[in-house]
Ligand binder design. Structure first.
Ligand code: SAH
Ligand code: SF4
Ligand code: F3S
Length: 477
């Protein structure tokens, strides 16, 4: 399984598919909202918060932007082409807006935060610009636009986690859902815009996280993915100074166990782990609980220590290898995926070879691979020259992609002949005679429908063969 910038269409860093349009929900008396999301899973989760806030104010939703009163685009800034895609999409909204006087067009998310009120100057059709920590202010901002002023709120917060807001699940399969457990990022990877667009790192109250997982389970969901830019630095302790309150901080390992305890039938996944912070304690929690999935997304970015230092990743090649060794020792059948950047500032051919040899060392199940894209305001943009020619970045990317293609196939082939516990997520894209779902290691498995099983059930599936991205098999009793 591979995903590259070259093959991505509507979305960017997202690990869940195309840009998602809001499905039709019950019609309320008020106006209609259309929201489209780009970027990472956290952005998709945020759109569910936004929908919840506006549905509370009497909005209903529509999957057709042409009939919407409010059109929101939740944006990503991670690479230049992510922003370009949003600008192109905004152009498509222009004619709809001209045909529907009073239509409000809003830009939310990371690009809103990065460009702030400049957005209003650059894109004339935009009425409202809202950063990721200001969504509670949306009803008020919409009112301002109704009164004839364009509105901006891009204040970042040190506290906001939207813990009390019950997300409206959008485009859901009814089986798997995301739960944001923290916001922001305190790392300063030199290539990365996220600390600027998402602000300081803060962890959400664990009891609200467990409650959300429990509510989802009771509504029939069977898998939750806990989301944060760096989940291993999750940390929460009660505020205040009353006596008798246990103030031992809750770590990510503890949180994982708390969510896993909701029900043995609820699968728990998480993303993203940072190689500098992932602890053996977390690995032991995964190993100990059958329902915490044996799958870790551990972005390496580069296999070369000098480049990692320039990237300010705060680990080196041997540290990363040691963490991979620990994963393989403590969770022997764990799948590992990664993110790779090719052609970072001053990267030499030998250093690029180190990335390829790291891939050989780990044998990743899956990878997201990108050519370096300089982002304004980042440490790398200020300190280093973006001096690797575009064609060299692309050629290195192709080499990384080719290697990953081979490794993904190899890792899937290793799973052929084995029986997998699969959570049935729905019908296969190709045929409604087949179910699809994932095994513990996050590999997609396709197998013929068996009427004794329905979507949301677990089935044991013998993998008989595989394609480059999917295991194919049949249910065994
Ligand atoms: N918090 C995660 C990454 C979030 S961004 C982590 O630390 O791993 C997702 C991925 O986008 C990154 O892992 C990186 O591979 C890629 N990325 C981020 N900034 C980029 C840039 N300027 N150019 C190319 N790829 C970038
Ligand atoms: Fe960006 Fe680094 Fe934070 Fe990930 S850990 S979001 S790459 S700054
Ligand atoms: Fe993109 Fe923002 Fe996520 S920049 S990757 S949407 S945190």
């Amino acid at each position: 399984m591979i995903e590259t910038e070259m093959s991505l269409k509507e979305h960017d860093e997202s690990r869940q598919g195309e840009a998602v349009m809001l499905g039709d929900k019950e019609k309320a008396s008020g106006r209609k909202l259309y929201i489209e999301s780009y970027g990472c899973q956290m952005n998709f989760a945020d759109s569910e918060i936004v929908a919840s806030i506006l549905l509370d104010k009497g909005f209903s939703t529509t999957s057709d932007y042409k009939e919407a009163d409010v059109v929101f685009i939740n944006t990503c800034s991670i690479r230049e082409n992510a922003e370009q895609r949003v600008r192109n999409r905004l152009k498509e909204f222009e004619s709809a807006k001209s045909k529907k006087p009073g239509m409000i067009v809003g830009v939310l998310g990371c690009m809103a935060e990065r460009l702030k009120s400049k957005f209003l100057e650059e894109e004339k059709l935009v009425d409202v610009v809202v950063g990721p920590d200001a969504y509670r202010d949306l009803p008020n901002l919409i009112e301002k636009v109704d009164d004839g002023t364009r509105a901006v709120n891009v204040l970042l917060s040190r506290e906001e986690t939207y813990a009390d807001i019950n997300p409206v699940r959008l485009n859901t399969n009814g089986v798997t859902a995301f739960i944001s457990i923290m916001r922001g990022c305190d790392n300063m990877c030199s290539f990365c815009v996220v600390p600027f667009t998402r602000g300081r790192e803060r962890s959400r109250d664990p009891y609200s996280i467990v409650q959300e997982a429990r509510d989802l389970f009771n509504a029939g969901y069977r898998e939750v993915t806990l989301l944060g830019q760096n989940v291993d630095s999750y940390k929460w302790a009660p505020q205040g100074d009353e006596a008798g309150v246990d103030r031992t901080p809750i770590t990510f390992a503890k949180l994982l166990e708390m969510v896993a305890a909701v029900d043995p039938l609820l699968r728990v996944r998480f993303s993203t782990s940072h190689p500098k912070d992932i602890t053996n304690e977390v690995l032991y929690s995964i190993a100990k609980h059958e329902n915490i999935c044996n799958y870790i997304h551990l972005p390496v970015q580069s296999g070369n220590s000098r480049v990692l230092e320039l990237m300010n990743r705060t680990y080196d090649r041997s540290w990363y290898m040691e963490r991979v060794d620990a994963i393989k020792r403590i969770i022997p059948d764990c799948a590992i995926s990664t993110d790779v950047i090719t052609g970072f500032c001053s990267e030499t051919e030998e250093e690029h070879q180190d990335t390829l040899s790291m891939m050989d060392y780990v044998q990743y199940d899956y990878a997201y691979m990108f050519a370096y894209s300089e982002r304004p305001g980042t440490l790398a943009a200020k300190r280093y020259q973006d001096d690797i020619p575009e064609e060299v970045k692309k050629r290195r990317l192709t080499e990384v992609v080719e290697k990953q293609r081979a490794h993904s196939l190899f890792r899937l082939q290793q799973q052929v002949g084995k029986t997998h516990k699969v959570l049935i997520e729905g019908f296969s894209k190709r045929s409604d005679k087949d179910y699809c779902g994932r095994n513990d290691q996050n590999a997609m498995v396709v197998f013929p429908v068996d009427n004794r099983y329905k979507v949301g059930d677990y089935a044991y599936v013998l993998a008989e063969t595989c394609t480059s991205a999917t295991l194919i098999g049949k249910i065994v009793d």
